[in-house]
Design a protein around this ligand. Structure first.
Ligand code: GLU
Length: 300
């Protein structure tokens, strides 16, 4: 059984991403699991510099010492695998012709931050579908019957939500992140999912989909994100603090590892720690539940 880290190659990893990767690695290694790396580049051909960014991301993970097992999967190579998985769900799949705008207008009672699909195309007649097909290509959605699904997160506890009919394949033919991630985790025997807590709200629909595909949902640990000192989420546009930038400033990987470990309550201030020590002392219950506040000025 395995844990994994699954970056999307949209930008270099910032220290928040590296911190999440470190937790994922520590969770896997401290429980004697394999640790897999998967590149979530479904949109790869349309992404700017995806290959270069992937190389940078892998270099940073290696620099930090986060060893991995087995080959690195790239989602853009796996369309056939997703096609096969989709065919197993055939009876639940339907064509959806709604635009994003249609959905927003029709959602009368949105809750949470995930947009909810109101079911507009769930029961189209053959006649209606034939007419709509002439106008635009459809996305594919899965009928989840508004099932309420609960997951237990090792850090955040119980989280449940109603699963709406989400998109499994977009109108441009690209499989959705939610679909691909669940298929890949299932087929790669991933039973431990550690990632940023912006994805906690996606966990119920992913756990539901895993069950539909005959997989056992994994255990989850959603790591709080890093925020810049001014309270905004660290992202590329904020000149996010990347390992490359820190290296240019002469900050060593060891110093960065120490900071990450301290921010996770795994090291005391001024302590220098190695990965082996961290594996020995790792315990998810000590991890902070609040976002990590980082002042980019003190780092770069
Ligand atoms: N690819 C996603 C990201 O980079 C992570 C998905 C996951 O870990 O499930 O945010």
């Amino acid at each position: 059984m395995s844990g994994r880290f699954a970056p999307t190659p949209t930008s270099d990893l910032h220290i928040g991403n590296l911190r999440t990767a470190l937790v994922a690695w520590l969770m896997a290694r401290s429980t004697s699991r394999d640790f897999l790396i998967r590149i979530e580049d479904l949109d790869g051909p349309r992404m700017k510099d995806a290959d270069q960014i992937t190389c940078n991301q892998l270099r940073d993970l290696t620099d930090l010492g986060l060893t991995h097992d087995g080959p690195i999967l790239r989602q853009q190579d796996r369309s056939l695998v997703y096609e096969q998985a989709l065919s197993r769900l055939e009876p639940l799949i339907y064509e959806c012709y709604c635009s994003r705008k249609d959905i927003l207008e029709a959602s009368t009672a949105p809750h949470g931050t995930l947009p909810r699909y109101p079911g507009t195309c769930r029961n189209l007649s053959t006649h209606e579908r034939t007419a709509l097909r002439r106008e635009r290509p459809p996305a594919l959605r899965i009928n989840a019957s508004s099932t309420v699904v609960g997951v237990t997160d090792l850090l955040h506890g119980h989280h449940s939500d109603e699963v709406d009919d989400f998109v499994v394949r977009r109108a441009d033919g690209v499989f959705s992140y939610t679909f691909a991630v669940v298929v890949d985790d299932g087929l790669q025997f991933v039973d431990q999912v550690v990632r940023g807590d912006d994805l906690l709200e996606s966990a119920p629909r992913q756990a539901w989909l895993a069950t539909q595909l005959g997989f056992t949902p994994p255990e989850y640990l959603h790591v709080p994100l890093v925020y810049s000192g001014d309270g905004t989420r660290m992202a590329k546009r904020d000149k996010a603090v990347s390992l490359g930038r820190l290296r240019k400033k002469g900050i060593s990987t060891q110093v960065i590892l120490n900071h990450l470990a301290q921010s996770l309550n795994l090291a005391t201030e001024d302590e220098s720690v190695g990965l082996d020590q961290l594996v020995d002392r790792f315990d998810p219950v000590v991890l902070p539940k609040e976002p990590w506040l980082v002042d980019p000025m003190t780092w770069a």
